[in-house]
Design a binder for this molecule. Structure first.
Ligand SMILES: Cc1cc2nc3c(=O)[nH]c(=O)nc-3n(C[C@H](O)[C@H](O)[C@H](O)COP(=O)(O)OP(=O)(O)OC[C@H]3O[C@@H](n4cnc5c(N)ncnc54)[C@H](O)[C@@H]3O)c2cc1C
Length: 459
């Protein structure tokens, strides 16, 4: 028998481990598809209730997809090694199939523990690559290797994507274990759900993609990404689905490619050129995604180590609380924080502004800032998240020091104050606090601190 272990790859389409497990069923035995609710991962500080509920929705949808091909998804509760040991005692499986994941330390260590257990039991563990991430190869600068990513994307745009939908695969599945998990017994992750967050599942992802991949939306995409006012409807908002593998990057790319091909058959040359430009702009973001994944793969310490500051600075709890609650007296920053509290999503520039303000102007260390935002972002993707936080906090190797002046951002991204008015209703009333720092002064001091830190490290 073979176990097909789902983690952050909650789909059937473009799922290489699924394909390989089925292909090898004749030699290695029938397939048991498994998802494990792991108490230690649920308790991990990065995991919030919204993530857990999103995953549950994805699992429900995945179960339906399995049912349509004559299969099932078996859920278990427990630590991965314990669950596998329990199932092994019962079913004596010989192979485990999974995707190779580039993820946070707690999950990476879990994967290592599973690999060690498989080795000790003589079980063959097949961790298959995804997202074009190269394991155990060292690239000095993954972004400089852009050409690699482009080749992958060019190939990915053409390749046939394997999707079992519409087939009857019943004969490949092992008999379903008798005891079904009662989800009510799964421990709850910390925090509350977010009322306006994206809903999990492949059907939802498809609806979100269908809304975005139209010529008009794509053309306006490059002009909609900077302001939170426009970004909610102007960006694809596929990030949570990519982060949990509900869709693969290749699938997204093929959607984009199909749109560009469709446009080629219609419209005038200017229209075609504009759609193509916007498509390239979007592909650049997918390339960045790969770059960040490869960066974490090369440098697993990204989550914990600091390049420009060796020790975490002292935390000013009053500042941290004010920033977390959207009570800093900086209306744009506070409105972004409130919007995030409700939706679990923010556009990139607003994310960078939140981090820059917290770390540069309030002098907060990057660690609690990164952790808090990881809990808030439904699309928390450790590689992108830690990579980006380190840039916006001025603590990465990134050559430029990017500091986002919150008043300038407000003037540029919300000139009429519509966003602030909508998400920060107490602004302008006696209930709204005065700024907790002076903008010009804190920018000056913050930049000088970062500069000194960088100099001392480079000396
Ligand atoms: C401090 C900070 C933290 C971030 N944390 C995350 C995170 O945890 N998870 C996450 O997916 N993105 C993160 N980002 C990147 C970016 O903000 C989000 O990917 C984007 O806002 C998601 O919205 P979307 O799906 O509509 O993106 P779109 O603009 O539609 O882009 C499509 C896809 O491209 C990728 N992408 C877009 N922008 C970037 C980028 N700057 N870097 C890498 N990949 C990108 C994402 O996978 C995204 O889904 C972070 C950015 C910053 C500044």
């Amino acid at each position: 028998m073979q176990v097909l272990w789902f983690k952050r790859d909650l789909r059937l389409s473009d799922h290489l481990p699924l394909f390989e497990a089925m292909r090898n069923a004749k030699h290695h035995g029938l397939v048991l598809p498994l998802y494990i609710h792991e108490p230690s991962q649920i308790a991990d500080a990065h995991t919030a209730r919204q993530h857990q509920l999103f995953v549950h929705e994805c699992l429900d949808d995945l179960k339906q997809q399995f049912a349509q091909v004559g299969g099932y998804l078996h859920e278990e509760l427990g630590e991965a090694v314990d669950v596998l040991a329990r199932l092994h005692a019962q079913f004596k499986f010989t192979h485990v199939w999974a995707h190779q994941e580039t993820t946070q330390l707690a999950q990476y260590r879990r994967d290592q523990a599973v690999a060690a257990w498989c080795k000790s039991m003589g079980v063959a563990l097949h961790e298959l690559p995804q997202n074009n991430v190269q394991r155990a190869t060292f690239m000095v600068n993954p972004f400089a290797e852009k050409i690699n990513f482009q080749t992958y994307l060019d190939r990915a745009a053409q390749e046939e994507i394997k999707n079992p939908a519409g087939r009857n695969l019943q004969a490949f599945f092992a008999p379903q274990p008798a005891v079904e998990l009662n989800r009510a017994t799964v421990p709850l992750a910390a925090g509350d759900d977010k009322p306006l967050r994206m809903i999990g599942g492949r059907a939802q992802a498809r609806a979100v993609a269908a809304k975005f991949f139209t010529p008009a939306k794509l053309r306006s995409y490059p002009f909609s990404i900077s302001s939170p006012l426009k970004a909610w409807s102007g960006c694809s908002r596929l990030s949570p689905y990519l982060a949990y593998g509900v869709v693969s990057d290749r699938e997204v790319l093929q959607k984009l490619n199909a749109l560009v091909n469709r446009v080629h058959g219609q419209g005038d040359a200017t229209h075609i050129a504009k759609v193509e430009d916007a498509a390239r702009f979007y592909v650049d973001r997918l390339i960045w995604r790969q770059g960040y994944l490869q960066q974490l793969e090369n440098h697993t310490g990204l989550e914990t180590d600091a390049f420009y500051c060796d020790e975490p600075a002292e935390v000013n709890e009053e500042f941290l609380n004010a920033w977390q609650q959207g009570r800093t007296g900086f209306a744009y920053v506070d409105a972004c924080q409130r919007f995030l509290q409700q939706t679990g999503w923010l556009n990139m520039r607003a994310r960078a502004t939140l981090v820059s303000f917290a770390c540069v102007q309030l002098g907060l260390p990057w660690q609690p800032v990164a952790l808090f935002l990881a809990q808030q972002f439904l699309d928390f993707e450790p590689a992108i998240h830690y990579g980006q936080v380190r840039i916006a906090s001025g603590t990465s190797h990134f050559s430029q020091m990017l500091v986002y002046d919150p008043l300038k951002q407000q003037a540029e991204q919300d000139p009429k104050g519509e966003f602030v008015k909508r998400w920060l209703p107490e602004h302008g009333t006696a209930n709204y606090p005065a700024p907790i720092v002076d903008n010009a002064e804190s920018l000056k001091l913050g930049k000088a601190r970062l500069h000194a830190m960088r100099q001392s490290r480079l000396d």
